[in-house]
Design a protein around this ligand. Structure first.
Ligand SMILES: [Fe+2]
Length: 242
């Protein structure tokens, strides 16, 4: 594995599994976070234990709209991101809590440790949430996040992405991951994206441009569906958080 040159060179060892390598050498901090003991399997009876239930009135009316949380509108390319949350059998997950957080259009987070010299936007906090409807659908209005540098290796930049957390109705239906935008030139250089080793699984992390979701004269639309399950080729891969 070498990380100084690009594109990054992938190691031959598939590590923990074909989908996600949690101790991926190119992603430096996974060295300290990846488990170094055998994983513990959850007892079967816990698989069906009901998880938290979120009532619609626990969410604010504008929580889904990251462009409407301040007095003015944020700068950037306005987008709508929408999709369905389903289980591994394709059944919709109703009332799942979908939370997102992201950098602003300039590639900066509103967070004290983000020292990237890009402007903060007074009209953008970068966090939102919603509950899925009867058909498992969610929808966010936001601006497209910018790429940003990170200290993983020389000249390292993250592809534009939106962080997602999904609480399903069971404790085993929990997913924290990142959604990417189609055609990003930074994909080959990003160790986080490439820590999902199976190319087809990686594709599941990339939203697609969707003309149906696109709103005339207002916003581009992207579609990203999420499969919560216990693994398998259709399940949305979980990524290590940054
Ligand atoms: Fe990020």
């Amino acid at each position: 594995m070498q990380i100084e040159d690009s594109p990054i060179v992938l190691p031959d060892d598939p590590g923990f599994g074909p989908e996600v390598q949690v101790d991926y050498p190119g992603y430096r901090s996974t060295r300290w976070r990846a488990p170094d003991r055998p994983l513990v399997t959850m007892p079967e009876e816990l698989h069906d234990l009901a998880g938290p239930v979120f009532a619609p009135d626990t969410l604010g009316e504008r929580d889904y709209d990251l462009t409407a949380q301040h007095e003015g509108e944020p700068l950037g390319e306005r987008i709508v991101v929408s999709g369905r949350v389903v289980d591994q059998d394709g059944r919709p997950l109703r009332g799942a809590l979908v939370e997102v957080w992201q950098a602003n259009a300039g590639g900066r987070y509103r967070h004290e440790v983000d020292r990237h010299p890009a402007p903060l936007d007074p009209n953008f906090s970068g966090a939102g949430r919603c509950l899925t409807d009867e058909d498992g659908r969610y929808r966010f209005v936001t601006v497209k996040p910018g790429a940003y540098p990170w200290g993983n290796h020389e000249n390292a930049w993250r592809p534009a992405h939106i962080h997602y957390s999904i609480f399903g109705r069971l404790f085993t239906q929990r997913l924290v991951t990142q959604m990417y935008f189609p055609g990003d030139p930074l994909f080959p250089y990003d160790p986080i994206f490439n820590s999902v080793r199976d190319p087809r699984s990686r594709e599941l992390l990339v939203a697609r441009f969707d003309l149906e979701t696109t709103q005339p004269d207002w916003a581009l639309g992207f579609r990203w569906d999420i499969v919560l399950g216990r693994g398998g080729s259709a399940t949305t891969p979980m990524e290590e958080a940054e």
